[in-house]
Design a protein around this ligand. Sequence first.
Ligand code: GLC
Ligand code: GLC
Length: 660
Amino acid sequence: MIRSNVNNGQNDIEFKADLTLRRLQPRLEEVWRDTQITDAKRRGFDARLQQHWRPLFSLLFELYGSRYDFFYHVEQVLLTAARAWADRSDELCKIDHHRLNEPDWFQSEKIVGGALYVDLFSENLSKMRDHVGYFKKLGLTYLHLMPLFAVRPGDSDGGYAISNYRSIDPQLGTVEDLRALSRALRDAGIVLVLDFVINHTADDHEWAQLAQAGKREYQEFYYIFPDRTFPEQYERTLREIFPRVRRGNFTWHDGMEKWVWTTFNNFQWDLNYSNPAVFRAMLDEMFFIANTGVDILRLDAVAFVWKKMGTSCENLPEAHTLIQAFNRMVRIAAPGVLFKSEAIVHPDEIIKYISPYECQISYNPTLMALLWESLATRKVSLLVQTLRHRFRLPKNTAWVNYLRCHDDIGWTFDDGDAQAIGVNPYDHRQFLNDFYSGQFPGSFARGVPFQENVDTGDMRISGTMASLAGLEQAVEEEDEMKKEMAIRRMLLLHGVTLSIGGIPLLYVGEEWGELNDYDFVKDPAKAGDTRWIHRPKMKWEYLDELDSRIDSGNCSIRTRIFRSIQKLIALRKEVPALAGQDMELISTQNEHVLGYMRIRNGHRLIVLANFSDTPQIIAGNKLRTTGLGRFFHDLIQGRTYPTSDMLTLDPYQIVWLERA
Ligand code: GLC
Ligand code: GLC
């Protein structure tokens, strides 16, 4: 075992890092010889290796330094990175080069995201290419395709149970189709985002099959136990993520006659990253995916990747060390690629994943949940209390701001933030669940429960944006006023995510006000998972409607929603103040109105958003002093407001104000 010199820790690890690299140099030379890469390409790798090697080595040493075969694994890891770089196409290397010179490229106001399922949107990957025009029409420049790799038969958790990271689900196409799509998107100025499902494989992945065949080397790829002793000890401190799937976190496997750690579904086997062979193997898979032409890797369920007895096994310090090690590998061998963290956890924990050397971008589930919270309460107090100390991020990182996605909504705000404004967090979550499942008297929402836990009373909410915002109810009741309010609620929320700072991410379908799809229960592979209620198929006939209504002026609800969102997106892209992450809250002195200012390179934009269903008033003088002007122009409605008067916002109105 290697021991650090206690008197000279940092220096010592650097010495060991340098020595190790010198020892590995001949092996690296072999890779360069075998792959015959050009000197110039090799120099790029060498320069980045010099820059990142010491921190990388010390991360690996932290995780695996006590292993008897540490040196072997370090060697394998380095060779994996070298081969990946050698494999990387010239086109991708060119993009790497640009991004190294422009590390904040993803902060641009021109970046607007969309997420979708390939099969539900366009059947398969090759047909996706025909729809690039649709993304351009809508204004998207970032596209997250839900997992499209080979999956187990039957229930695959919407693609999140992967049986092979190197082949595409045959129903969706081939790896060649993926490469072709990524090129087509690149030509259209759209970045491609794919999942790196890092926490688990499907139970029929080759490694899992070898484990089932009794191969010990592969059983060590997972957490497999002969009896309940360890599972029970772990269980004492674990949450249950899918309590309706089974109680606890372990699944009995008949063939092996052993227990397997399965945080999510029974067929999703958690990988054992305390084994460096797993790190190495997944690194290889990650580079394969990156080299198909992916710009951003979404690290799925990232909070769960490290386990330690006696802890919640979520957000452990080693999980961060591990992601940082993956990050350094990418900095070396695919440097244009970013990580997006999917950590749907407590806000104190979410932030810890965000750094240029961990995940450069992250979902913002706190903002998401609190926007819905504000709609339900018609007050922005908890949102403001939270944003005040939780929105700021390190330089060269960004939030991904979304309203709905393929998953459920959980009320992941901080209890302390709630208590600070006199709200009881437990009761409030109950209220929100009641409200969004439509139980609360007067609620406009039509969500459904997800993974209700009978012991803890915990539950999350499924439902499309439109159904949660009141459109489903309004349409059923044929109530014009309610329809109007529902549409305004949706546009209000979009107006915030498109302007508050970071990458806005649309869940494709939202732009049409898609309602819940109750038919999912007909498919036995989906019936048990209510998230399918908000995963409807794209209805292309909506587009015909869009075109045929242009002249008649007779706008359907769908057309109105589409056009409004399209317009908001186009507007955002024309406002330089909306680039980057800096956001300053404005105290509106009105508990229903959220106010903030965006400043960037001398440009300013003031946003005011009324979360109530009644008109609200703001002092014009407030605007004058914050925005430094006597007149302000609302980019959304095209109206000008003098600051000498009070400013009145209509129910659910949002304004984007520039100095006139
Ligand atoms: C992520 C995905 C979710 C999936 C889970 C397990 O949270 O977003 O859909 O069920 O991981 O892979
Ligand atoms: C939990 C997990 C999150 C996952 C979700 C799926 O919230 O933290 O990663 O997306 O469950 O429902």
